[in-house]
Design a protein around this ligand. Structure first.
Ligand code: PSU
Ligand code: MN
Length: 304
């Protein structure tokens, strides 16, 4: 029996060669505040559908690697307490022990690869944390981008990360970083990080072609598409900077380490911005879902 439990609509879409977009579940359990998380998770799925692809939200539920969740499963997950946050290191253990966990970017890429899904949309990826020269905190998402052949659409990385160092590590790992429709690297809440992106891509068709070229060359790893937040939803850098510094100081004061760092910072920034960060987060994730669906549609169209 396959390790991957496909939902009926995802199984049907894959079988028919229709476009499918993978979605992560850590954003639901650890990335967005309750109760808005459920509504946002549903809106992401709807946006993928409206743009012509089938959404496949991924999570480990009682040991089962589920690719595509029923609405009741999504609802349960959004409300569940103490769900594990899974990455490459602990995903198999969670499955072996029959426990429940949400998948990060790294774990979602692994599941997508196992299910034969080539495109994945989310909000932000993990990266090299500020102060990593002391803490050594570098997300396993970066390594995974170098291993699993999935095109990941994100809005760049949050300013809780050190963006120049994140770009350096991605370059070392051989991961293409593609800004969508502009020269500058987007930085999550703002359209520009003040850094040039290594690559620029202007259409879903070219991104799909590059993905296919990697497949034909048998290159390991995926592509990172950095899609800028819509202009109307952008929050100026200057407004976010003090909140980010404060959140980082609070994390240090509370001795937060390891996989708790990112969820702690996200929650703290949400509180400090009085919900303002959430609106921007929702706008950018929906924007990424739409682009992911269009890339997936191009990939399917190009299939021989
Ligand atoms: N960045 C965000 N929102 C998120 C995450 C990152 O802006 O929800 C989540 C993703 O699931 C990502 C994970 O894969 O955090 C990275 O965690 P860590 O830094 O512990 O590797
Ligand atoms: Mn980390």
């Amino acid at each position: 029996m396959s390790l991957v439990h496909l939902s009926a609509p995802v199984a049907a879409a894959l079988e028919a060669g229709k476009p499918v977009v993978a979605l992560e579940s850590t954003i639901i359990t650890h990335g967005l505040p309750r109760p808005q998380n459920l509504e946002v998770a549903r809106r992401i799925e709807t946006t993928v559908r409206e743009n012509g692809a089938e959404p496949a939200t991924i999570a480990v539920l009682e040991g089962k690697l589920c690719v595509g969740l029923e609405d009741a499963q999504l609802e349960w997950l959004a409300d569940a307490e103490r769900v594990a946050k899974l990455s490459r290191a602990d995903m198999a253990v969670c499955m072996a022990e029959g426990r429940t966990g949400a998948t990060t970017v790294a774990a979602t890429m692994i599941a997508a690869r196992m299910a034969g899904i080539e495109v994945f949309a989310t909000g932000g990826i993990g990266g090299v944390h500020r102060g990593a020269e002391q803490s050594f905190d570098v997300s396993a998402d970066l390594q995974e981008l170098a291993r699993s052949p999935v095109t990941v659409v994100a809005a760049g990385a949050k300013a809780i990360l050190d963006l120049p160092k994140t770009l350096e590590v991605l370059e070392t790992l051989g991961v293409p970083v593609m800004a969508y429709g502009q020269d500058m690297l987007p930085a999550f809440w703002s359209r520009s990080a003040g850094l040039r992106a290594p690559l620029r891509m202007d259409s879903p068709g070219v991104i799909a072609r590059a993905h296919r070229m990697r497949r034909e060359m048998a290159l390991d790893g995926g592509q990172l598409v950095a899609n800028p937040i819509p202009e109307t939803a952008e929050i100026p850098r200057a407004e976010m900077t003090p909140m980010i510094s404060r959140a980082m100081q609070d994390a240090a004061d509370h001795g937060i380490t390891g996989k708790e760092v990112t969820p702690y910072l996200l929650q703290r920034i949400y509180e400090l911005s009085e919900g303002r960060s959430l609106e921007a987060n929702v706008a950018l994730v929906l924007n990424n879902a739409a682009l992911g669906a269009r890339i997936a549609a191009e990939l399917v169209a190009e299939r021989p």
